[in-house]
Design a binder for this molecule. Sequence first.
Ligand SMILES: CC(C)(COP(=O)(O)OP(=O)(O)OC[C@H]1O[C@@H](n2cnc3c(N)ncnc32)[C@H](O)[C@@H]1OP(=O)(O)O)[C@@H](O)C(=O)NCCC(=O)NCCS
Length: 150
Amino acid sequence: MTMETVYRRATRTDASDLHDIRRRSILELAPPTMPVAEAQAWAVQLTRAGMEQKLRELEVWVAELDGIVAGWGAIRGDWLEGLYADPEFAGRGVGAGLLEMFERLMCERGIRAVRAEASSNAMAFYLRRGYRANGPQSPNGAWPIAKQLL
Ligand SMILES: CC(C)(COP(=O)(O)OP(=O)(O)OC[C@H]1O[C@@H](n2cnc3c(N)ncnc32)[C@H](O)[C@@H]1OP(=O)(O)O)[C@@H](O)C(=O)NCCC(=O)NCCS
C-alpha cells in the first residue's frame, strides 16, 4: 500500500526531530560513498541551536508519511540549502519527492534555475535528476550543481 506524503512548512517545534534526522541520515546514508570520518565530521557541524537558526532564517519543509516526519529540506531563494531523509525511510522516494516539490515551488515563483552544493555521496542522486556540475569541486569535497527549471 502506498503511503500518502504530505509536505508542510516546518515549525520551531520540529527542531529536535529535524536535527536528529539530519544527524542519522548523514551517519547512516552517506557512507560508504563518503568516508565514515568525513560523515562524522559533517554530522556534528550543526548544533541544536544551529538547527533553530535554520528554522528562523531558511524556508524549511518537512515530508510526512502517514503523519510521521520522514525527511526535510530547506531553501532560500534559488538555493537548495539541505535535503535529508530519515534512514528508516530511505529509498522510498522521500528525498526525490522533496526535491521535486522544491523545484515546483521555485518554478511557480519564477525562479529559472535551482542551485545547490551536493555532498560527494549525493552527487549521483542529483545527476540522475537532471542536475549538472556548475563549477569545480570545493575544498570540502562538495560539488556546486544547478538545474534549469522549465
Ligand atoms: C540523498 C538523500 C536525501 C536521498 O533520500 P532518499 O529518500 O533515500 O532518496 P530516494 O528514495 O528519493 O532516492 C534514493 C535513490 O536510492 C535508491 N535506493 C533504493 N533503496 C535504497 C536504500 N535502501 N537506501 C538508500 N537508497 C536506496 C533509490 O532507488 C533511488 O535511486 P535513484 O537515484 O536511481 O532513483 C538521502 O540519501 C540522505 O539523506 N542522505 C544523507 C544526507 C545527504 O547526503 N543529503 C544531501 C546533501 S547535498
